[in-house]
Design a protein around this ligand. Structure first.
Ligand code: AMP
Ligand code: GLY
Length: 417
C-alpha cells in the first residue's frame, strides 16, 4: 500500500510512524509533514487545505489511502473532494465532521438521541447569556461554537470570569467567526478520559483509552491548551466504565449520525468525564487527538496498514493492543499558548535513550532543530505501569537543558494519586 498522511503535527508524526512500521505499507507520504518526519516518510510540500493539489498527487502516485489528521480540512470537506475524484480518503465527510466543527450540532444530536452530556443553552447575544450565568451560578463552562484549536473553552470558577468570557467571545470576537455563537454548559466534575474509535460504514473498533492534560502548567493550572501531555492506559477508569462508554456514548453516536443521514466514517473521538451519574460527553472530535495519538497508536499490536485495509474493505479484523503503559509530555516553546517564542535551538536529542520522539513545531536548520510552533515535540516512554513510564521519561528529559522551552513535570499525576 501507498499511504498519504495529511497534516504536520505530532499526531501526524505518530500516524506516519505507525504506517512506516507496517509490513503492508510500501511508501508513506506526508503532506506537508514536518522536518522531523523525514526518516519515516517522504515529505510532499502541499498544504493541508490545497485539496486539488493533494488529490492530483494521490492520483499520480497511485496512493491507496489518504489519512487526514487535522480537523480543518475535514470540516471543510477534504474527504468529499477526494471521493468525488474516485480516491479513497479515511475521515468524515464535511457534514459528519460537524460533530466537531459545531458545538451546537453536537449538543443537539446528543439531546435528540439521549447521549449523556452536560446540560446547556446556546446564545448569540450577550445580555441573555449574562442572565443565564447569573441564574445558574458558577462554576460554569463557556464554549465558542466553532473550531478554536482547543482554546475556545473557558471553565469559569466565578460568575465574573464567566461573564468576561462571554464578553470576549460575543463582544470582542476573540475567536472570530467561531465565537459568533456560544454554548454555555453545566460544569461536570470528575475524571476525564479520551475514548477514540475507528469507525467505518457502521463498524466500530474502539482503541485503548488515554488521558490528556489540557492546562498549560503543573497542577492543572493556567490556560487551556491543545494538550500538554498524555498517557495510556488510564488505570483509574475501570473496564466496566469503558464498556459503559462504548454502549451509552460511542455506539449511540455512530447510530445517531447514520440516522441523521450524515454517517460518520473516520476517527470518532469522545472526550468524556466520569461523573457520579456515569460517563458524560464534554466534546466529540472528528479525528485523532493530539497528543493522545502519540500514546495510543504505539500500543497497537496489530499491523496498522493491514488493519486499515481490512477496515476499508469491510472485512472483520481482530485489532489487538499491548499491555504496556505509555506516557509522554509536550515540549512547548516558552510563552505557549499565548505568545510562543520561535527560533530557539533544541538540545541534542541524540542524548536521549529509550524514548519515542514525535515532532510538531520544529524546523531543521544548520544549527539543528529549532522551535517553529507552540507545541514543539512530544517525548514518551513506555513501562510496565504508568508510574514506571513516568519515571523513565522524566529521568531522560531532565537530563537535557531546555532553555527557551517549557514542559509540565507532572504528567500522569492522577493515575498515581
Ligand atoms: P473541550 O475543548 O470541549 O475539550 O474543552 C476543553 C477542556 O475544558 C476539557 O478537556 C475539560 O477539561 C474542560 N471542560 C469542557 N467542558 C467541560 C464541562 N462541561 N465541565 C467541566 N470541564 C469541562
Ligand atoms: N488533545 C485534545 C484534542 O486533540 O482535541
Amino acid at each position: 500500500m501507498k499511504v498519504l498522511v495529511v497534516g504536520r503535527g505530532g499526531r501526524e508524526h505518530a500516524i506516519v510512524r505507525q504506517f512506516s512500521k507496517s509490513a503492508s505499507v510500501e511508501t508513506v507520504y506526508a503532506a506537508p509533514g514536518n522536518d522531523g518526519m523525514r526518516l519515516e516518510s517522504e515529505l510532499v510540500s502541499i498544504d493541508e487545505m490545497d485539496f486539488a493539489a493533494l488529490a492530483d498527487f494521490a492520483k499520480e502516485q497511485g496512493v491507496d489511502c489518504t489519512f487526514v489528521g487535522p480537523e480543518q480540512p475535514l470540516t471543510e470537506g477534504i474527504v468529499d473532494f477526494f471521493e468525488s475524484k474516485g480516491l479513497r480518503a479515511f475521515g468524515p465527510s464535511k457534514a459528519a465532521a460537524q460533530i466537531e466543527g459545531s458545538k451546537t450540532f453536537a449538543k443537539e444530536l446528543m439531546e435528540k438521541y439521549h447521549i449523556p452530556t452536560a446540560a446547556y443553552e446556546t446564545f448569540s447575544e450577550i445580555s441573555p447569556a449574562v442572565d443565564f450565568i447569573r441564574q445558574k451560578g458558577a462554576p460554569i463552562v463557556i464554549k465558542a461554537d466553532g473550531l478554536a484549536a482547543g482554546k475556545g473553552v473557558v471553565v469559569a470558577k466565578t460568575e465574573e470570569d464567566a461573564i468576561a468570557a462571554v464578553q470576549d467571545m460575543l463582544g470582542d470576537r476573540m475567536y472570530g467567526k467561531s465565537g459568533s455563537n456560544i454554548v454555555i454548559e453545566e460544569f461536570l466534575d470528575g475524571e476525564e478520559f479520551s475514548f477514540m474509535s475507528f469507525v467505518y460504514k457502521g463498524a466500530i473498533y474502539p482503541m485503548v483509552i488515554s488521558q490528556d492534560h489540557k492546562r498549560a502548567y503543573d497542577g492543572d493550572r493556567g490556560p487551556n491548551t491543545g494538550g500538554m501531555g498524555a498517557y495510556s492506559p488510564v488505570p483509574q477508569i475501570s473496564r466496566e466504565i469503558i464498556d459503559n462508554t462504548l454502549n451509552t456514548i460511542v455506539k449511540p453516536a455512530v447510530e445517531a449520525m447514520a440516522a441523521e443521514g450524515t454517517p460518520f466514517n473516520g476517527i470518532l473521538y469522545a472526550g468524556v468525564i466520569l461523573t457520579p451519574e456515569g460517563p458524560k460527553v464534554i466534546e466529540f472530535n472528528a479525528r485523532f487527538g493530539d497528543p493522545e495519538t502519540q500514546v495510543v497508536l504505539p500500543r497497537m499490536k496489530s499491523d496498522f496498514g493491514k488493519f486499515m485495509n481490512a477496515l476499508l474493505e469491510g472485512n472483520s479484523y481482530e485489532l489487538e493492543w499491548n499491555d504496556q503503559a505509555v506516557l509522554g509530555v509536550v515540549i512547548a516553546a516558552e510563552g505557549y499558548p499565548n505568545q510562543p517564542l520561535k527560533g530557539q535551538v533544541l538540545p541534542n536529542l541524540a542524548g536521549l535513550s529509550e524514548v519515542d520522539i514525535f515532532h510538531s513545531g520544529t524546523k531543521a536548520t544548520s544549527e539543528g532543530f529549532v522551535a517553529n510552533g507552540g507545541r514543539v515535540l512530544f517525548i514518551s516512554s513506555d513501562g510496565a505501569t504508568v508510574e514506571e513510564a513516568q519515571k523513565k521519561l522524566y529521568a531522560q528529559i531532565n537530563s537535557l537543558s531546555w532553555s527557551g522551552f517549557m514542559y509540565r513535570t507532572d504528567i500522569g499525576w492522577r493515575a498515581l494519586g
